[in-house]
Structure formats: structure tokens, C-alpha cells
Design a protein around this ligand. Structure first.
Ligand SMILES: O=C([C@H](O)CO)[C@H](O)[C@H](O)COP(=O)(O)O
Length: 186
């Protein structure tokens, strides 16, 4: 396959993977966002990059959303929600941050491939994405067309974007306000 054929085949695999996600898990995930005082996101590597995109969309909708570790990110408090994205569900820095957030009285929402992982077990709500990661033994799973954790990471991004309109509706945000908060010093 050449590059464009590979990209098209990857998009098909992405679509097939997204269709397998449990809608009830997604609903619970969105409810957790709507009932949180503030929403924080955290991940490592490419997973974090996808979560930054999701945090931006939440800000567009009017949620108080923050990226853990950014200079202007405020304190995590009781009633806040920490969204973690981790293919493996075992990345050490995320496990530490999740434990701290729980201790501070917050809730944990996790997107992961691995429901039995440490983060899966720590979560209050979880969306299981049946993708592939090279970090966990996945011999039973279809090999991805894209390398490493790419399939998982892209599923997170598309799923997060797909939540935008339903989240806006759930939170009662007028549609003409959706993107008026986008940065205008650019
Ligand atoms: O950057 C990553 C990627 O898998 C490289 O292909 C991961 O997102 C990063 O290493 C974090 O891992 P997970 O917590 O297992 O997503």
C-alpha cells in the first residue's frame, strides 16, 4: 500500500474501532464532565496532545477546563474532574496524579484500551477504546495499520470531538456561543 492507501485503510480501522465503543460509557463520561466544577486533563506523550485538543473544545463550550502542569492551571479541588487518557492505563505519572486527585476529593474519568489496568480500576467513569497499543500484550487484537499507540490516540481525538455538540446540548449552551471563546490573539 502507498501512503494515501494506508491513510484510507487506517481511517476505516479507526471507524470500526469507534463503532465498538459502548455508548453508555460515553454518556456517563459526558455526565461527569457536566457535573464537575472544573475539568482537568492529563496524559503523556501523544495521548496528552489529544487531551489538549479536547480541553480546548471544553473551554470553547464554556467549561472551566485546564491542562495539568500548565503554568496558569489552578488547584484541583473537591468536585473537580480529572480526565486521563492512556492507552496502556499504566503510565506511572498518570497513576500518581490520579491518586492525588482522588485524595483531594475529585473524580477520575479515564479513556483507555485496558479496562483492567491500574487507571481503569481507579476510575469513576471509563470509556474503553478497543484499539491497539504496543505497550500491552494484545495478541488477541487486530494489528493496527498505524504504528505505536496512534490508533488509540486518534480514537480519543475523534471521540472527544464527537462529544462537543452533545455536551453543549446537555449543558444548555447556546450553539452560537460554541466557538466565540476561541483565542482571538492569534
Ligand atoms: O506517546 C505515546 C505513543 O504511544 C507513542 O506511540 C503515548 O501516548 C505515551 O507514551 C503515553 O502512553 P499511554 O499512557 O499508554 O497512552
Amino acid at each position: 500500500m502507498n501512503v494515501t492507501e494506508t491513510a484510507a485503510a487506517a481511517a476505516v480501522q479507526l471507524s470500526e474501532t469507534l463503532k465498538k465503543i459502548d455508548e453508555a460509557q460515553v454518556e456517563a463520561f459526558m455526565d461527569a464532565i457536566c457535573s464537575a466544577k472544573k475539568v482537568f486533563v492529563y496524559g503523556a506523550g501523544r495521548s496528552m496532545l489529544m487531551l489538549r485538543c479536547i480541553a480546548m473544545r471544553l473551554m470553547h463550550l464554556g467549561f472551566q477546563s485546564y491542562v495539568v502542569g500548565d503554568t496558569t492551571t489552578p488547584a484541583f479541588e473537591e468536585g473537580d474532574l480529572l480526565i486521563l487518557g492512556s492507552g496502556s492505563g499504566e503510565t506511572g505519572s498518570l497513576v500518581n496524579i490520579a491518586a492525588k486527585a482522588k485524595k483531594l476529593g475529585g473524580k477520575i474519568a479515564v479513556m483507555t484500551i485496558n479496562r483492567e489496568s491500574t487507571l481503569g480500576k481507579m476510575s469513576d467513569v471509563m470509556v474503553e477504546i478497543p484499539a491497539y497499543t504496543d505497550k500491552v500484550d494484545m495478541t488477541d487484537r487486530e494489528m493496527p495499520i498505524l504504528p505505536g499507540g496512534s490508533m488509540f490516540e486518534q480514537c480519543m481525538l475523534v471521540l472527544g470531538d464527537a462529544m462537543v455538540l452533545p455536551l453543549g446540548k446537555k449543558a444548555g449552551i447556546p450553539t452560537d456561543h460554541y466557538f466565540s471563546r476561541h483565542a482571538n490573539l492569534e
